[in-house]
Unconditional design. Structure first.
Ligand SMILES: NC(=O)c1ccc[n+]([C@@H]2O[C@H](COP(=O)([O-])OP(=O)(O)OC[C@H]3O[C@@H](n4cnc5c(N)ncnc54)[C@H](OP(=O)(O)O)[C@@H]3O)[C@@H](O)[C@H]2O)c1
Length: 357
């Protein structure tokens, strides 16, 4: 089969190659493995970080990408034959069942798209049946592929770790991002008042169309003041403060904390700014944290239980992932990587692998 494989780049060691190669079709090894013919895969920023060598081992030879959806074509166990022909999406968060604090055995935890685990920028993937889920009925295979990693990260950040609930005011930073957009959609559907930050006024306007109450441009140093003005305007009768911040950039942390209510929380799932602009990723001043009685929480993807809850919520509210662009065929995957690298997208970048799905 054909797949996008991580390979060293002698011309530029700081950014590995990702050529399209012919590789062996995966075999059904595990007792409950199923073979999925992938119809589409989606990128996450992690895939770019992997090419930049941000993961502990070089991983060369890995099939890239964690997100995918397709059709079950074969199964190992006779009891699973009923799955053949089903349209499914794949939970890429491997070996985390239900523990709220984190994977049960951290050393066994992993994500698809990095060796020794398989990836989704390929024609086929073999995976234990417990990781496949029916694509919600209102969604296509393309849309299903855009869901797993970013939606699960957003779900855990907003609800499990952020404990956000209807009526709260939540600030989501860097709204152009895949995780941030799912957090926005979930929060709006849950009756939460959402504010966003972005480098782009056009992206803020799109977020407002999706239900955000407003947003500010984080490139302006005075953005916390502008945010407070918005909060005052929308709720003149209460203090202009945020209950929970959902952040994947870790940039301007003191400014973020200045917008929190006393005892509010920051839920952080990423450090985009320290990778792209190290000078912007200063550590928070401890005084800011303790005077605000702030609760600083780290979060990552999530458990199988959280993924099921997240999918049920998507189904119930008929949410559709925001797709920025679809690239036709594995031969165009590099264009998706380029777009992810320059950050111009608003939503997920999807590679259609099998046009018939
Ligand atoms: N811990 C985990 O399990 C986990 C899971 C998923 C993602 N992550 C991490 O979370 C981050 C986002 O992932 P993603 O896939 O959603 O990435 P993405 O789609 O590429 O989005 C990145 C977004 O970051 C925003 N951004 C960049 N610099 C910023 C800054 N200085 N302040 C605020 N926002 C800034 C940009 O928003 P605008 O375009 O609006 O300016 C950009 O769209 C990545 O670092 C990723 O590695 C971690």
């Amino acid at each position: 089969m054909r797949a996008i494989v991580l390979r060293p780049n002698t011309a530029d060691p700081a950014y590995a190659n990702a050529p399209l190669e012919e590789v062996p079709k995966p075999e059904l090894v595990g007792d409950r493995d199923v073979l999925v013919r992938l119809g589409a895969a989606a990128l996450n920023h992690r895939d770019v970080w992997i090419r930049h060598g941000a993961y502990p081992t070089p991983g060369h030879g890995s099939i890239l990408a964690a997100d995918g959806a397709g059709i079950v074509e074969d199964v190992k166990h006779a009891e699973d034959e009923g799955l053949i022909g089903n349209q499914v999406l794949i939970n890429c968060s491997i070996n985390w069942d239900s523990a709220p604090e984190g994977p049960e055995i951290p050393e066994k935890y992993g994500l698809l798209g990095y060796a020794p685990l398989p990836g989704t920028l390929a024609e086929y993937i073999a995976i234990d049946r417990k990781y496949i889920h029916a694509i919600p009925e209102h969604l296509s295979v393309l849309e299903g592929a855009a869901i797993p990693l970013a939606s699960l990260t957003a779900w855990r950040a907003l609800f499990s770790r952020g404990e956000a609930k209807a009526g709260d005011r939540v600030l989501i930073t860097g709204i152009g991002g895949g995780v941030a957009l799912f957090a926005l959609q979930f929060a709006v559907a849950a009756g939460i008042e959402v504010y966003v930050t972005s480098s782009s006024d056009a992206k803020i306007a799109k977020a407002v169309e999706l239900g955000a109450k407003g947003g500010v441009n984080y490139r302006e140093a005075t953005w916390p003041v502008a945010l407070k003005e918005l909060l005052k305007k929308n709720r003149p009768d209460s203090k202009p403060e945020i209950d929970t911040i959902v952040d994947g950039a870790a940039s301007g942390v003191d400014a973020m904390i200045s917008t929190l209510r006393l005892g509010g929380r920051v839920v952080n799932y990423g450090v985009t700014s320290s990778r792209t602009d190290p000078s912007s990723a200063k550590a928070p001043s401890y005084a800011q944290i303790f005077f605000r009685q702030a609760d600083w929480r780290g979060t990552t993807m999530g458990s199988a239980r959280e993924f099921r809850d997240c999918l049920a919520f998507i189904e119930k509210h008929k949410l559709k992932p925001i797709i920025a662009d679809v690239f036709q065929g594995l031969e165009n995957a590099e264009k998706a990587f380029e777009k992810m690298k320059n950050g111009s997208q608003f939503g997920k970048l999807v590679v259609q692998i099998a046009p018939s799905q």
